[in-house]
Design a protein around this ligand. Structure first.
Ligand SMILES: NC(=O)c1ccc[n+]([C@@H]2O[C@H](COP(=O)([O-])OP(=O)(O)OC[C@H]3O[C@@H](n4cnc5c(N)ncnc54)[C@H](OP(=O)(O)O)[C@@H]3O)[C@@H](O)[C@H]2O)c1
Length: 259
């Protein structure tokens, strides 16, 4: 059997980068993406420094743009001839509230993440069906179930993604393609550090006070690491996760309180 090939979008930093490094450890052939070539090229260097024999293709481009997506999946097909794992991993829109949300921004967020993920699944599935094998992992977030007052549109869009993933998982199950959602809690990436800054400004707190306030609301009393999130993604991408589909699972230190 040829080596399994994984496509990881948003892999230049944070959770996406950690997933790329973890899958490289597990000897996947990799296609890695982010919008900016200067950001993503160093990740290829990091992987090759650790695994000189690894196959790593960089395809830079904005995955929220439908023409870019079409071009990138065309390149995956022509350069790799197969796709086994899709990691859908791009950020949503800016924070907003019910009071200040507007139609333009809501539509943009819907296109940027929700539509992008679903279209990427469509394109990936047509390649995966050729080998009757696939693992699709959507990086979403706990907001789908516990909406945030300051994350009105992102919460709504996350819920739409969870719903769509369940639906798609049922369509793709006969092809041995699994579709699952991984929901990070507070994970120490750039995105989290921006959140800390917002808490500092809003509550006139020092960085340490803001971080302590955030950690105090997490049952494990600490934020998670991108590597802890990547470990779960790697399991969902593995052969062993063969009977798990249509699920949503959090890596969040117990942050999600609802059952
Ligand atoms: N960190 C958390 O606490 C947390 C919590 C809940 C959910 N999440 C979700 O987890 C995912 C990853 O978050 P993160 O914290 O790792 O984010 P991050 O550190 O901000 O990294 C985002 C990555 O995506 C790339 N990117 C951004 N827009 C892109 C686009 N349109 N097309 C292709 N690449 C794009 C960025 O690189 P370039 O700038 O080079 O494009 C970067 O590599 C997101 O879906 C986020 O909503 C994170």
């Amino acid at each position: 059997m040829s080596k399994r090939t994984a496509f990881i979008m948003g892999a230049s930093q944070g959770i996406g980068k950690a997933i790329a490094l973890k899958l490289a450890d597990q000897h996947f052939s990799l296609v890695i993406n982010s919008r900016n070539l200067d950001n993503i090229e160093p990740v290829k260097k990091d992987i090759l420094a650790k695994h000189p024999e690894a196959s790593v293709i960089v395809l830079a481009g904005d995955m929220s743009d439908q023409h870019t997506r079409a071009g990138i999946f065309h390149e995956i097909e022509s350069q790799c001839g197969r796709l086994d794992v899709l990691i859908n991993n791009i950020p949503g829109g800016a924070p907003d509230t019910f009071d200040n949300c507007n139609i333009e921004d809501m539509t943009a967020t819907f296109t940027q993440k929700t539509v992008a993920y679903i279209d990427a699944i469509k394109r990936a599935a047509s390649l995966m069906k050729q080998n009757e094998f696939g693992r699709i992992i959507n990086i979403v977030g706990n907001l789908w179930k516990e909406p945030g007052a300051n994350m009105f549109t992102n919460s709504m869009m996350n819920a739409a993604l969870i719903n769509a993933s369940k639906n798609i998982s049922i369509q793709l199950a006969p092809h041995n393609i699994t579709v699952n959602c991984l929901n990070p809690g507070f994970i120490a990436t750039d995105r989290y550090h921006q959140f800390v800054e917002n808490v500092m400004k809003k509550n006139s707190l020092s960085k340490q006070e803001a971080e302590e306030q955030i950690a105090s609301g997490i049952p494990m009393k600490r934020v998670g690491s991108a590597e802890e999130t990547a470990a779960l993604a790697a399991f969902l991408a593995s052969e062993e996760a063969s009977y798990i589909t249509g699920q949503q699972i959090s890596a969040d230190g117990g942050s999600m309180k609802s059952i």
